[in-house]
Design a protein around this ligand. Sequence first.
Ligand code: FAD
Length: 364
Amino acid sequence: MYDYLIVGAGLFGAVFAHEAKKKGKKCLVVDKRPHIGGNIYTENVEGIAVHRYGAHIFHTSNKEVWDYVQQFAEFNRYTNSPVANFHGEIYSMPFNMYTFNKMWGVVTPEEAKSKIDEQVKASKINNPENLEEQAISLVGKDIYEKLVKGYTEKQWGRKATELPAFIIKRLPVRFTYDNNYFNDTYQGIPIGGYTGMVGKMLEGIDVQLGVDFFKNREELQVQAQKTVFTGMIDEYFDYSLGELEYRGLKFETELLDEKNYQGNAVVNYTDYETPYTRIIEHKHFEFGTQPKTVITREYPQKWVRGEEPYYPMNDDKNNSLYERYRELANRETDVIFGGRLGQYKYYDMDDVIEAALNCAKEHL
Ligand SMILES: Cc1cc2nc3c(=O)[nH]c(=O)nc-3n(C[C@H](O)[C@H](O)[C@H](O)COP(=O)(O)OP(=O)(O)OC[C@H]3O[C@@H](n4cnc5c(N)ncnc54)[C@H](O)[C@@H]3O)c2cc1C
């Protein structure tokens, strides 16, 4: 008999299970995948930690969360500095003085600002009606055309003129020579990958892998007082109110017999013609010196039920459907819904840890 059945061995499930064990509760964690870690799972290939479900960089300004993860892993000093490749032209990201210097030859912040202002004014857009207009009204035509348009159209599978303006609220522009992508206080990658970190969280807890909750629902739920469910909330209710939508992704991973393929962990392909949005070279997350390298091409995809749901489509239509599922969820007194699928929310890792810790405080 268990106090908690935890469906999902991802970050939410692992943090909740760890906290429950600390409080003397007995937990059974099940996951339908053959491994722990959920989407932050990393797998060792030729000594390289490969991020199987997309590049994961830990970053947070929440000191409590940063201190919390230190007990499970040692973090390196990795700083995310993606590079943009537009038809072979290389630009620094996020948009900063290196980007502006390459784009226009400007050297001072003053010159860069006036170049952007000039292009924004020339666009004469006052009330942006779509994503293209919104982006041009924020950063001007040159940056939009080379660094935003193609990438965004691939990401969403639609023309920028057909996408709503609200998708881009801000386009961070930095008038310093600083390639650090994130503004957070803390940043890094757990040395050796994320799987070891989640493994430590789950130490001493019963874990069963390759177990689908929906195929074993009754026999699993009778073993525990309560369930923590981190799978898809609409699937839990058998899609009775309709299907929530996601954006899918396809990953193509290759082991290459060379030391250094692209010189950076993340290269974004910002032209429309290159079919993938980015290439990840995993060893650079840990400053690897292995003789081989592993790269992954990332292709955004239309999502269909049965495939891995990556990004929730948090538009009005889907958010209001989720609210109706949440009402159903509130009536399930013995089930707690958590994580990115259980709460249909784009959560970064630090958000999901914070949410799991709050959930543990509330329920344990
Ligand atoms: C491509 C991509 C890149 C990202 N990059 C970053 C980043 O750089 N930095 C960052 O902070 N965050 C990043 N994130 C977000 C990060 O992945 C999430 O915050 C985190 O993984 C969420 O954890 P979770 O436990 O909620 O969900 P998950 O990791 O999805 O775990 C849920 C688990 O439940 C299991 N499950 C579902 N249904 C069932 C069932 N019926 N039976 C049994 N098991 C089930 C699943 O197999 C899964 O293992 C990224 C996300 C994506 C998609």
